[in-house]
Design a protein around this ligand. Structure first.
Ligand code: TXA
Ligand code: MG
Length: 308
């Protein structure tokens, strides 16, 4: 691990600049969450509407206690899953120093504890939490490697902290703990595992009619070309994706995991869509994905990507 790069990144952040950081889910575009200047830069770089709130990343509970009101459900889930691919929506404290642009002056804040050594080391050098949406232009595919981030932002950001390929490859699962627990985004952590800890079935509320949040907007996670789900027959000039590897030597054939392992499927999902787009295919067909576990999260993203 390159200590001098971590130090360099912390200096950029101290100067209110944005740098890309690795996490276990996807790469983030980070800025000082207390700074209006840094947070506004994030929105501008991503071309993201200011109404679409950001997730704030923490390295420790003490820092979070300054900003949010923590409840029992939070502690239960924190103990079991953090650091890890889960984001909590909590009530924000009145005297919190979080920039009002992070959450569009809302009374709630989305927070998470990412599990990646490099980013943890970086955060330990900082006196503030970092706001970090996925490091892609609004509504593009999320980046799962440093080179994906480079494709999105090129020289527009001073630095990409390279932490290799993201282990999970899907964004965090978001749960609101403001009132009764509600899942707001399906993601890297299976919602059934969360249900087990809270000992209740969880409501899922992915599309809210008012205040549509970015991960909830219908056109999202999009490779920029049409995606056809549950495909059986393949059309000419279409890229075809299956979950496990079949005997097929066609140039347009891609698989997500040799043996159909769930964690590999998730890990290779965004990078395969990005590869297909970069090869110049005009559309994508993907076979049926079982709507269970991580399959729920993948189908949710495919549905949004297939919307025009
Ligand atoms: O895995 C992840 O969560 C990645 C990495 C970089 O940490 N981040 C990420 O951020 O996916 P982003 O900005 O692409 O997605 C942020 C999501 C939005 O879709 C929105 O639904 C939710 O966070 N969000 C943010 N603030 C919220 C709030 N106050 N209430 C409800 N949802 C909120
Ligand atoms: Mg995103």
């Amino acid at each position: 691990m390159n200590q001098s790069n971590i130090k360099k990144a912390s200096k950029y952040l101290d100067k209110n600049m944005c740098v890309a950081i690795p996490t276990e889910t996807v790469y983030g575009l980070a800025g000082n969450a207390y700074s209006d200047i840094a947070v506004k830069k994030i929105y501008k770089l991503k071309k993201r509407p200011l109404t679409n709130s950001l997730i704030v990343h923490y390295s420790n509970l003490d820092l979070l206690k300054n900003d949010c009101i923590l409840n029992n459900n939070f502690y239960l889930l924190y103990k079991k899953f953090c650091p890890g691919p889960i984001t909590f929506v909590l009530k924000i404290k009145k005297n919190s120093k979080i920039s009002k642009h992070v959450n569009n002056k809302n009374k709630t804040l989305a927070v998470r504890f990412p599990k990646h050594k490099i980013t943890q080391k970086l955060m330990n050098k900082l006196s503030y939490p970092i706001a970090a949406p996925s490091a892609n232009i609004f509504s593009n595919l999320s980046p799962v490697s440093a080179s994906d981030v480079k494709e999105e932002f090129g020289k527009k950001i001073p630095m990409i902290l390279d932490g290799g390929i993201c282990k999970i490859g899907l964004e965090s699962t978001i749960i609101s703990l403001v009132n009764k627990p509600v899942i707001l985004r399906l993601g890297g952590l299976d919602k059934n595992k969360i249900s087990k800890i809270l000992k209740k079935n969880l409501k899922i509320k992915l599309y809210s009619k008012k205040n549509i949040l970015p991960g909830q907007s219908k056109l999202h996670y999009s490779p920029g070309i049409p995606v056809r789900m549950n495909a059986k027959k393949i059309k000419k000039d279409e890229a075809f994706i299956t979950l496990k590897k079949y005997k097929n030597s066609d140039k347009n054939y891609f698989y997500l995991s040799k043996k159909g392992k769930k964690n590999e499927i998730a890990k290779n999902f965004y990078s395969t869509l990005r590869k297909i787009k970069n090869k110049g295919y005009k559309s994508i067909a993907i076979e049926n994905i079982n709507n269970k576990g991580i399959g729920l999260a993948l189908n949710d993203r495919l549905k949004r990507a297939s919307k025009k």
